[in-house]
Design a protein around this ligand. Structure first.
Ligand code: MEV
Length: 439
């Protein structure tokens, strides 16, 4: 049977499902039943989800968990997290609780500027282009007024536009490099619309500019698009306390702990193989809140990892320092987030998440996300440098295995007792449950 199909997008949702089920599954009925079992009974709600993307056939659930007790700049937040990995929410909560009695997280938004570029080719006299650009610069602002009026009312808009000469990289390559303030929206649509207008203005004005030769008038715009590398949109999150205040059950010797912790961070700073995993731990927290609040996690991921390489080598995003008896742990993150626009007013659970965070501005959300990332990194490094990561992980994993086996309360009790004394592994847990059942 051929697996090629034309006009798939034109089929109804049921027809799409019929085609998939009959093309790929032995039991077409089972496949259809499964997809439909994830549909929402509320038809309006289902329609809303169907309309988010194209060719929707079902919903794909991810768990939404809650990490309470995040004390950030003196205010306590209950943080929503959407993530499939066990231990992450527990780790964030534990870390938040730990720091809530040690002054909490201090966060600062360092800058909030977004970037967009019109990439174009100009084969001609560079100085003439520079003169032309200065002459028509006000037109870029003027021609985009219909697009910027609303944003300006909210205190945002176009900040500046520069002409950048990139001809040393590619012959004839120039950019309009523009910066924007988009306030509480992530701003992708706003920026891209402005850029496309800039491109049009650039071409139209060049065409009419008497100073250009026939060849020079023919500016070739390659593309107009925002940059997800938001080096101008940075938030800092930080925790600190006296070294002796780090003491608790698993940290009997706070000084040794602080030293080992700082060394672990240093290793991530110099060793890219460790840095990637280290930063992945940060992103466990960051992505979970970014997803829960309906933001673009791919954009955030792309920006953060590029930022981790900003000094020429991929490195740790976080830093630790021990000075004058104080332990300090902090990081700067590039985060372009929105609390208006996009999914924020459409997805009911996103609205819920934002309401639980007490309707933050984009700048406040940047701070909450960064604090959660730092909390996650602290939790991972604390486990790694003390008990090891597997202890906590396997406890969670055990729970997943028990659920998979539909274990009764009595079986769960037996399993917990057994694995207090024995090392947990997937095989050991499965064997033990099976042996219990044979009895
Ligand atoms: C697992 O999802 C994340 C960690 O590997 C992060 C780290 O190693 O720092 C635990």
């Amino acid at each position: 049977m051929t697996k090629e199909i034309s006009g798939f997008s034109k089929l109804s949702k049921d027809e799409k499902i019929d085609w998939i089920a009959s093309t790929y599954f032995q039991s077409a009925d089972e496949a259809k039943k499964l997809l439909k079992s994830y549909w929402n009974a509320d038809e309006k709600l289902q329609q809303l989800h169907d309309d988010f993307i194209e060719n929707t056939v079902s919903n794909f659930y991810l768990p939404m968990g809650i990490a309470p007790n995040f004390l950030i700049n003196g205010k306590t937040y209950t943080v929503p997290m959407v993530i499939e990995e066990s231990s992450v929410v527990a780790a964030a909560s534990k870390s938040a609780k730990f720091w809530s009695t040690r002054g909490g997280f201090r966060t600062t938004v360092l800058k909030t500027e977004k970037i967009g570029q019109v990439h174009f080719i100009f084969k001609g006299d560079k100085e003439k282009l520079q003169g032309f650009f200065q002459l028509i610069k006000p037109n870029f602002f003027y021609d985009t007024e219909p697009l910027t009026a609303n944003m300006q009312k909210r205190g945002g808009g176009i900040l500046d536009i520069e002409l950048r000469d990139k001809t040393h990289e590619i012959p004839g390559y120039f950019q309009l490099h523009a910066t924007f303030e988009t306030k509480d929206s992530m701003g992708a649509n706003f920026i891209n619309s402005c850029l496309e207008q800039f491109a049009k203005t650039l071409k139209d004005e060049a065409d009419e500019y008497d100073g250009f030769s026939h060849e020079e008038k023919n500016i070739r715009v390659v593309m107009s698009i925002l940059s997800n590398y938001v080096t101008g949109c940075i938030v800092r999150a930080e925790v600190s306390c006296k070294i002796e205040e780090l003491a608790e059950k698993n940290i009997p010797d706070p000084e040794a702990f602080a030293e080992k912790f700082a060394t672990a961070v240093q290793i991530a700073q110099v060793e890219p193989y460790r840095a990637v995993t280290h930063n992945k731990g940060i992103m466990n927290g960051v992505d979970a809140v970014v997803l829960a609040t309906g933001n673009d996690f791919r954009a955030v991921e792309a920006a953060v990892h590029a930022y981790a390489s900003k000094d020429g080598r991929y490195s740790s995003l976080s830093h630790a320092e021990i000075k004058d008896g104080i332990f300090r742990f902090w990081m700067d993150l590039p985060l372009a987030l929105g609390t208006v626009g996009g999914l924020t007013s459409l997805h009911p659970l996103v609205k819920f998440a934002l309401e639980m965070l007490e309707k933050p501005s984009a700048a406040q959300l940047m701070q909450i996300v960064a604090a959660t990332g730092l909390a996650q990194n602290f939790a991972a490094l604390r486990s790694l440098t003390t008990t090891g990561i597997q202890e906590g992980h396997m406890k969670m994993h055990l729970n997943n295995i028990l659920n998979q086996f539909d274990a009764t309360d009595e079986e769960r009790e037996h399993v917990r007792k057994h694995f207090k004394k024995h090392a947990i592994s997937h095989a050991a847990a499965v064997n033990y449950i099976e042996s219990l059942r044979k009895k």
